[in-house]
Design a protein around this ligand. Sequence first.
Ligand code: SF4
Length: 261
Amino acid sequence: MHHKSGARSKIPARREVSARPRRGEDSPAPAVGARRIRAVHRRLVAQQGTFSPKPRLPIIDELVMTVLSQHTSDANSGRAFAALKARFPAWEQVLDAPVEEIAGAIRSGGLADQKAPRIKRILAEIEEREGRLELGRLNELDDQSVDSYLCSLPGVGPKTAACVLVFSMGRAAFPIDTHVHRIVRRLGWIDSKASADQTHRRLGPQVPPGIRYELHMSLITHGRNVCRAQRPRCRECVLLDFCDEGPGFIARGEHATADRA
Ligand code: SF4
């Protein structure tokens, strides 16, 4: 994921993304209410301090950036995006380029042979629908319509759509990245077996719109520094008394200790 140096500034409270269950899917309410979510947000912000928003990218740029950010670091995906733009200054050039050349340009972002055809498919679909490679008109649509449009593009799911909504369009979306997903399961906010997409649909609407962006950012920072996938630092965690799994990690000795941080 990119965007990890995001903002504490208030995101304008635009219309909410309603993560409605799709046909045939259950959508039990998460085991958390807005009050607890706000309390967790306050603690994380108190610990982490303020952060600044990164400049907004145009919608297609953000879409491509989000594809590049998958399964790699911000630094790598940022380098890959810069290299892609340097090699092909216009998206039309990417669309016209052989997929091997696109892959060559984004090699530093990892999984280039998967991401290059994916980017090309997305651009081709946008061109087919819009007659050009420009999505500024989505700014006139409500959140749900933007979400539906983006999720109907090839290979674009709810997380990518939420990233575009929040980072490019300033809407109140709540992307569920790998850190957010891990932490909300450990906190007990969502069923431990819930997929990221299920978590998006079930938990997203529960998060107060005004704190979605900031909570997303602070959970990512928490996931990198404290609630790591392996040996979380539960004893130092400001969320320990809110957490379902933290006491278990400590009891089983699976948390980080001073000599095994
Ligand atoms: Fe993660 Fe441990 Fe904190 Fe729970 S107590 S949020 S598992 S670091």
